[in-house]
Design a protein around this ligand. Structure first.
Ligand SMILES: [Zn+2]
Length: 260
């Protein structure tokens, strides 16, 4: 089995805990993963994860995405471009960074910061465009605004932890985006996510844990980690009538295409 967890976070920058997590992922068949930032703390721990992988004798390869997510708007309200200046410095110091993320919009949890979220998201999309980097996008109850910004600022990358409709998925696919499905697909009430999981074409499909959140069934409610992408892979393969190993290989190849 060759698995690629395209989206995980390391909440604590604790090298020994991260090394143990990477070890369990490797044992489960995870050959590569993307450690995703989103705040100063998450950006820092994603870089620590990459360092741990580089120093280990055997480890999944770790790619890194750095950015400032929708919860960071307060810090950049007066000056959204400050986020880009800080991000540009981080990218200059870490030339192997593979993507900008996660970035995006969430009107479910924070509709009141909508204008600030749009300013921050737009500034970071523009930076990614200038650097020719893919973006990792979070969009929740904000798909219309996400799509209009992506039409304004030509971008490529991943719509992560997708839980939207097939109609919106069609529009993200038409813009060239890959769509990543998390362990939510295994949750009993998530029939809408299973619908869209049947809809996404093979050549745009990615899988992720979004760990430490969203542990798939039968681990729901427990802390999640990259090793558990194997459970989500097996579940989706069954849903799509594919062999789990073949589905893992197909999503692995897609991740290589988009993350590089
Ligand atoms: Zn995330």
């Amino acid at each position: 089995m060759r698995l690629y967890d395209t989206h995980c976070h390391f909440e604590a920058a604790d090298p020994s805990a991260i090394a143990a997590t990477l070890d369990r992922a490797r044992t489960a068949g995870v050959e590569k993963l993307m450690a995703v930032g989103g705040s100063a703390a998450l950006n820092g721990s994603a870089l620590v994860a990459a360092q741990c992988a580089a120093e280990a004798i055997v480890s999944p390869q770790v790619r890194v995405a750095l950015g400032y997510d929708r919860d960071q708007t307060a810090a950049f309200r007066a000056d959204p471009d400050a986020a880009c200046r800080q991000l540009a410095t981080l990218l200059a110091d870490n030339p192997t960074v593979a993507a900008v993320g996660e970035i995006g919009l969430d009107y479910h949890y924070s509709p009141e910061t909508r204008a600030d979220q749009l300013a921050l998201f737009g500034a970071e999309l523009e930076l990614a465009r200038q650097r020719d980097l893919p973006v990792v996008i979070h969009t929740r109850e904000a798909d219309n605004d996400t799509l209009s910004l992506l039409r304004e600022i030509p971008s490529r990358g991943i719509i992560h932890c997708y839980t939207g409709t097939c109609e919106f998925a069609r529009q993200f696919l038409d813009l060239g985006f890959f769509i990543s499905i998390s362990g939510i697909v295994t949750f009993r009430p998530a029939e809408n996510v299973r619908d869209v999981t049947r809809f996404i074409p093979d050549d745009r499909f990615l899988i992720e844990t979004d760990s430490p959140f969203l542990a798939p069934v039968p681990l729901r409610g427990k802390p999640n980690e990259p090793a558990n992408v194997a459970l989500t892979c097996a579940f989706i393969a069954k849903l799509r009538g594919l062999d789990a190993e073949d589905f893992a290989a197909l999503t692995f190849a897609n991740a290589e295409r988009v993350i590089g």
